[in-house]
Design a protein. Structure first.
Length: 76
């Protein structure tokens, strides 16, 4: 195995780090999109059907307050 010059090695390591960071960010973004979709689907199916729209608005406000207190603003 030949020794790479320090600048080439540094560049290669930077590419590895940057690539891993990018893939991690994409994975996190995908998980958050899925999480928000699942939350919306669950709220829609459990609460916001047409028969209970007013009740659903109250429940959503309560859910938002409880989730914000526990997880902070924005959940993800």
């Amino acid at each position: 195995m030949t020794d790479l010059p320090a600048t080439t090695l540094l560049g290669d390591l930077r590419q590895l780090i940057d690539g891993s960071r990018h893939r991690a960010a994409v994975a996190v973004n995908s998980e958050l999109v899925l999480l928000y979709w699942q939350i919306g689907t669950r709220i829609h199916s459990d609460i916001l059907n047409e028969e209970r729209a007013e009740y659903g608005k109250q429940v959503i406000a309560s859910l938002a307050d409880a989730l914000t207190a526990e997880y902070g603003r924005g959940v993800g």
